[in-house]
Design a protein. Structure first.
Lengths: 551, 180, 350
């Protein structure tokens, strides 16, 4: 395979964008077809590139001018995350109607996200990821300027922080390549910088942040694309940190810290989900819930944890497409989507969570407590799901944007594919884990197409889940259709002190400088003095400069 | 001795420019400053440069004499601060040239510092275009003479440029601010 | 090609392109001939500044430009428009005198002060802000200094000052530039955010970008100089044309939140993939090599660009026809330079 082919997953969507723009300017809207071709073309290119060679392919097109070169590579990690991003994006771009301008921005956003995944160095990843973030914000604001969107400042700050980490590598090690930076350069401060960037880029916070807020927008076109392209990027950085650190983070305590944060994110999403006033808000917490579990397991630093995390992300990607196409009304599609989201057996989500919690116990020591907390969060999710079945609808999206049958098919596929967990793990997640944890001493994940073998146990996915699937189908067939009336339901529990903290936060936001001191900090009053052309100010500045250099 | 007199003429000329508001006063000030600066250049051994400075300054002075506010108007009422500026500026320049710095070009240093400083102050503090443009001409000539302070020969280009600026500035039509 | 001229070449090309774009985008009521004549004169002056073999001739060229600019008809009078550029000329001439005469080492440091202050006065940065009359045409406003002539003048001054000052004085100059840079960054972003008039907000946003450029110039490593050059290019062929495109909407008090406004905000904020982001990466690289606390301050300060940029992006209104084309060209050019700045930097380093 010629190395130039590494460009294909990026160039194909960009080419599609050029075609859409050219036709659009000429008054012909070919957005949806061309978008679909571009996005699926990118998926196909990734599959062909990886499956035909199954080893790392690189392409270095020379220096760019800001200290990094245009180094692109496709390895197992890039392949995995590439699919996590491009497949849901391709589904959404193929189905949802968009103006040609929106389609252009969306497909270029996909290209930018794929570039971030394929970048061989930290700075280039920051540039591409920052571009994807910018385009996502443009998409969201173009669609509806008043609806919730990610804080542009947080996104910009995150990618800037990553670029700073990259230049620290360049300054200290002479390179910022993921595979080339010496392990010793990943110090705790630099690790913290990259991790903060990752958490900010994906909105991985215990409180309600943009991955949840976007789902309450009137239209889910831009929201779905933004979550599909941006959300996995933060996790990508966390996985690449293993690459830089030769399979581990600089300090074991950092693994525990991040895993604890992951559990907090999952628990936070679960608590909000069980108190959601309507179905839309419940479903809005699904992706953050998956993200929390993924963070919990990826951060453990064990092969099983990483595998479980990657599986969770893949399922989250599929559910992103599902939720964006799901109409907000009661029905089979909503029911199956909720079942898939919450991780009911024998779905892929169920298998991934079982592996994830198993990985916390295998990690040992106090990490097991994190696993217990994760299990508790899962229980809360199940209860929340049962409650959500009868919740009223939120704000429904336009009929033209929803495809209930496709959403049902995606959700059902993640459940029905549960028995194939082992195959999925072997083909998809294990190679990525092996790529970044070559020197790991914590064992490995083995097994084949039938079972997942961990250090301490074996999960016979195929043989166990198929009977479970059969039982689920039988139960559903005999259960019949019971009418579900959407109505407001009380939350299972409320967090004590929540109202107090909300009032405190509102008071802080409303705080103002007292009237009698405003003139001291009133920039508008200072402005005429500074910009009014007063010679006294010039002389004073000159005197200050002289003093500064002569003292 | 000649250098000292030339330097003094330079200071005197720019002081007249600072103190005068009428075109005659400005023209005389410009002429005196030009004479001083040209003498400095001639004293340094560059006769051609001195001629160029003299030519440019003289042309500017003639042009100023023909256009601008009428009369001399030297030291009009309220010009005490300007007088103090001239004296203090001269003293500071003298101190720098004679005491802080060393070397044989003391007169050049004094002339340049005083002319540049005072003409700059005149431009910054005045609203009358005639006096501002006159000060600009003086500033340009002083900047050219200042090139003599560096090592090596600066050539004639700075002097030619300064002379052209001095004469050209006086030819430029200067408008007042728009009424609306 | 002399290295001094080579360093300014990308800026001259950017300025010429910006002038061309301004002529193309200008509304019918403004005489394109007059705009071309004035801009062409400015460009000629910039070429003279960049090509001047010594700082003395550079200063004289600056004086000529200042007088010509001040003599253009406008709301402010000749004298007030000439003030600050003349202060710059006086400070630089005095700096030259101090640098050349024999005397204590202190004189070299005073020369450095003169260069730094003179540069700030020439461009119109805090504390030597040129007085802005929002109703004035752009060609007669201080925007000419801060966004058109200033970048070339500042680069040329600093390139020549390198050979003039002693090592210690050079270090002092660098430190002063960083200090002025940080002050202007802070002032520019906060004042642009809080200013009542959008025209003033635009003007202060130029100052904020200049703050970054001064920090780049003050870092004595190659990355800092490269960062400064990129920022100045993004000012001349980014911020300036976008400001010109927004003038009509500013007069008519229009604002809009369309995709093009958001893209403009992204360009102005230095977001990826535009030139500002590449410049920020280089600046962080240079600052990290010199002092990581400075890099931290710079990184934190860079976030202040966002609220300002969103505000300024809206003031573009809904550009149509040639204006929309011009804005599109600026966005595309900034993206190209941001993704691949190497040719520009190579051109400057010849």
């Amino acid at each position: 395979m010629p190395s130039l082919a590494v460009l294909a997953p990026i160039v194909i969507p960009l080419g599609a964008a050029a075609v859409i723009t050219a036709f659009g300017l000429a008054g012909v809207d070919v957005g949806r077809i061309t978008c679909a071709a571009g996005a699926w073309g990118s998926v196909a290119a990734l599959l062909v590139l990886w499956l035909s060679v199954r080893s790392t392919q690189e392409l270095n097109l020379g220096a760019l001018g800001f200290g990094s070169s245009l180094l692109l590579r496709i390895d197992a990690v890039g392949f995995a995350f590439g699919l996590i991003i491009t497949v849901p994006a391709a589904v959404l771009l193929s189905l949802q109607p968009r103006t040609w301008q929106e389609a252009t921005v969306a497909i270029v956003g996909v290209a930018a996200a794929v570039t971030a995944i394929e970048s061989g160095g930290v700075v280039l990843t920051a540039l591409a990821g920052g571009t994807a973030a910018t385009l996502a914000v443009v998409q969201l604001d173009t669609e509806d300027v008043k609806a919730p969107r990610p804080s542009w400042g947080v996104l910009l700050g995150s990618w800037l922080a990553l670029s700073w980490a990259g230049v620290i590598f360049e300054a200290g090690a002479g390179t910022d390549g993921f595979a080339a930076v010496p392990v010793a350069r990943l110090t705790v401060p630099v690790f913290a910088l990259i991790t903060v960037a990752a958490l900010g880029a994906s909105g991985l916070f215990p409180w309600r942040s943009w991955p949840a807020q976007l789902w309450s927008r009137p239209s889910l076109r831009a929201a779905g694309m933004s979550v599909a392209t941006l959300y996995p990027l933060g996790f990508y950085l966390l996985v690449r940190e293993y690459d830089i650190g030769d399979g581990r983070y600089p300090q074991p305590a950092l693994n525990g810290l991040l895993a604890g944060l992951g559990v907090a994110v999952a628990l936070g999403a679960a608590i909000r989900a069980q108190g959601a006033p309507n179905r839309r808000e419940f479903l809005g917490e699904v992706i953050p819930g998956f993200g929390g579990f993924a963070l919990m397991t990826i951060a453990l630093g064990t092969p099983l944890g990483l595998v479980a995390g990657l599986l969770s992300l893949a399922i989250a990607g599929a559910l992103t497409a599902c939720l964006a196409l799901l109409p907000d009304r009661a029905g089979l599609a909503s029911l199956v989507a909720i079942a898939a989201a919450v991780g009911l057996p024998p779905g892929l989500a169920f298998g991934a969570r079982v592996l994830g919690i198993e990985s916390t116990f295998e990690a040992g020591n106090s990490i097991g407590l994190i696993g217990l907390a994760g299990a508790a969060a899962w229980v809360v999710w199940i209860v929340a799901a049962a409650r959500a079945v009868g919740l009223p609808a939120g704000r429904d999206t336009a009929v033209a944007e929803t495809f209930p049958r496709i959403a049902l098919a995606i959700a059902a596929a993640t459940i029905v594919a549960g028995p194939a967990l082992a195959a999925f793990q072997t083909a998809f997640a294990n190679p990525a884990q092996g790529e970044v944890m070559t020197g790991s001493a914590a064992g490995s994940v083995a097994g084949g197409l039938v079972a997942v073998e961990t250090v301490s146990t074996v999960l016979p996915a195929l043989t166990l889940f198929i009977p479970l699937l059969a039982m689920a189908v039988i139960v559903y067939a005999f259960a019949g259709k019971a009418p579900v009336r959407g109505q407001a339901r009380p939350a299972l529990f409320t967090i004590p002190g929540r109202e107090t903290s909300a009032r405190l936060w509102a008071a802080i936001r409303a705080a103002r400088v007292p009237e009698q001191y405003r003139s001291v900090v009133d920039l508008r009053a200072i402005e005429p003095a500074a910009a009014g052309g007063h010679a006294v100010l010039w002389l004073a500045a000159l005197a200050a400069l002289v003093f500064a250099v002569t003292r | 001795m000649i250098a000292a007199v030339a330097a003094f003429l330079g200071w005197l000329g720019v002081s007249i420019i600072v103190l005068a508001d009428g075109r005659r006063g400005l023209a005389v000030g410009l002429a005196v400053a030009t004479t001083g600066l040209a003498a400095i250049a001639w004293q340094e051994g560059d006769g051609v440069a001195a001629l160029i400075v003299m030519g440019g300054g003289a042309a500017a002075a003639v042009l100023r004499y023909r256009a601008g506010p009428g009369g001399w108007v030297v030291m009009p009422p309220g010009s005490t601060p300007r007088l103090i500026l001239c004296v203090a500026g001269g003293l500071v320049a003298l101190w720098f040239a004679a005491s802080v710095t060393i070397g044989p070009d003391g007169a050049t240093r004094f002339a340049v510092l005083s002319v540049v400083g005072l003409s700059g102050a005149r431009i910054v503090s005045s609203r009358e275009p005639s006096s501002v443009v006159t000060a600009v001409a003086t500033l340009a000539l002083a900047a050219a003479v200042a090139t003599r302070l560096g090592a090596g020969s600066p050539g004639l280009v700075p002097y030619v440029a300064a002379a052209l600026i001095a004469a050209g500035a006086l030819l430029l039509p200067v408008r007042v601010a728009d009424a609306f | 090609m002399p290295s001094d001229l080579a360093t300014c070449l990308p800026l001259l090309i950017a300025a010429a392109a910006a002038l061309g774009l301004a002529v193309v985008m200008s509304p019918a009521r403004i005489s394109r001939t007059a705009l071309l004549a004035r801009g062409g004169t400015g460009l000629a002056g910039m070429v003279a500044i960049a090509g001047a073999p010594s700082l003395d001739l550079l200063v004289l060229a600056l004086l000529v430009l200042a007088v010509l600019h001040a003599s253009l008809p406008g709301k402010r009078d000749f004298s007030s428009r000439l003030q600050m550029p003349v202060v710059a000329v006086v400070l630089i001439v005095l700096a030259l005198v101090f640098a050349r005469v024999q005397g204590p080492e202190l004189l070299q440091r005073l020369a450095a002060v003169g260069i730094a202050a003179g540069l700030a006065a020439c461009v119109g940065l805090l504390p030597y802000i040129h007085v802005l009359e929002p109703e004035d045409m752009v060609a007669v406003s201080p925007t000419v200094w801060i966004g058109f002539v200033g970048p070339v003048a500042a680069t040329a001054i600093l390139v020549r000052a390198r050979g003039l000052l002693s090592l210690d004085a050079g270090t002092d100059l660098g430190a002063m530039l960083v200090g002025l840079g940080l002050v202007n960054m802070l002032w520019g972003t906060l004042a642009a955010w809080r200013a009542e008039s959008s025209t003033r907000a635009w003007h202060y946003s130029f100052m904020a970008d200049w703050g970054l450029a001064l920090c780049g110039f003050g870092l004595t490593v190659a990355d800092g100089q490269a960062a400064a050059l990129l920022i100045l290019v993004s000012i001349v062929f980014g911020r300036l044309p976008l400001y010109l495109a927004s003038r009509q909407a500013l007069r008519e008090n229009q604002s809009a939140d369309r995709p093009i406004n958001l893209m403009v905000a992204a360009v102005l904020a230095g977001s990826a993939p535009f030139a500002g982001f590449a410049a920020r990466v280089l600046l962080l690289r240079g600052a990290t090599q010199m002092s990581w606390p400075l890099a931290l301050v710079l990184a934190a300060g860079m976030l202040l660009w966002l609220p300002v940029s969103l505000r300024l992006g809206r003031t573009l209104g809904q550009p149509r026809g040639r204006q929309a084309l011009g804005v599109g060209i600026v966005i595309a050019a900034n993206a190209v330079v941001g993704l691949y700045p190497l040719p520009l930097l190579t051109l400057a380093s010849r």
